[in-house]
Design a protein around this ligand. Structure first.
Ligand code: 2DT
Ligand code: MG
Length: 189
């Protein structure tokens, strides 16, 4: 199987992390697979992002947007070399989160997309859509910046604008196992 670049996007509480793990397990039956997650909070840039998300620092909307993008660009060689050596990548958030979260603050969507132009294009985008009711049943949102109902609504509407016909838009209200099956079906694996 040719290495694939698979991006998993979604709202908070959609179950992205669990689904990414299950997907990696499933895909590893047919070849090498690795999980990547953005923001990668371990790098120097990632530490600035982490402090911002925890409200330990403040940055203007444009500056934090560019840091999120830089956090992807600093991984680009690693991403390309893995794909070139046949490793499929499952990526927990990428450029679409970058555009959606910043545009939800009121920044121009075209401006938000621009810094990511030239990053690897996904073979497949999976969007996990969770309703507000189920997000609340799952324990509600956390304490980080952006984890607020009103803001999540705005983010969802921007994701709908970004959505392309070839995206797998999956209802993530269902059980972990059902959602996993739908993802597997969407990928045709
Ligand atoms: P996690 O909860 O998945 O760690 O994400 N975000 C993420 C952005 O605003 N821009 C980006 O480019 C990315 C990748 C989404 C932490 C938060 O960071 C937001 C939620
Ligand atoms: Mg989060």
């Amino acid at each position: 199987m040719k290495a694939k670049f698979i991006i998993v996007e979604g709202l908070d509480r959609a179950g992205k992390s669990s689904q990414c793990e299950l997907l990696v397990k499933e895909l590893s039956k047919s070849g090498p697979v690795e999980l990547l997650k953005f923001p990668d909070r371990t790098t120097a840039v990632g530490k600035m992002i982490d402090a911002y998300l925890q409200s330990k620092s403040d940055l203007n909307d444009q500056a934090i947007h560019l840091l999120f993008s830089a956090n992807r660009w600093e991984a680009v060689e690693d991403i390309k070399s893995k794909l070139n050596s046949g490793v499929t990548l499952v990526v927990d958030r990428f450029s679409y989160s970058g555009a959606a979260f910043s545009a939800a603050k009121g920044l121009d969507l075209g401006w938000c997309k621009h810094p990511d132009v030239g990053l690897p294009e996904p073979d497949k985008v999976i969007f996990l859509d969770v309703s507000e009711e189920v997000a609340m049943q799952r324990g509600g949102y956390g304490n980080e910046r952006y984890e607020k109902l009103e803001f999540q609504r705005k983010v969802r509407s921007i994701f709908q604008q970004l959505r392309e016909p070839n995206w797998a838009w999956i209802n993530a209200d269902e059980s972990v196992e059902n959602v996993h099956q739908r993802i597997v079906q969407a990928l045709g694996v």
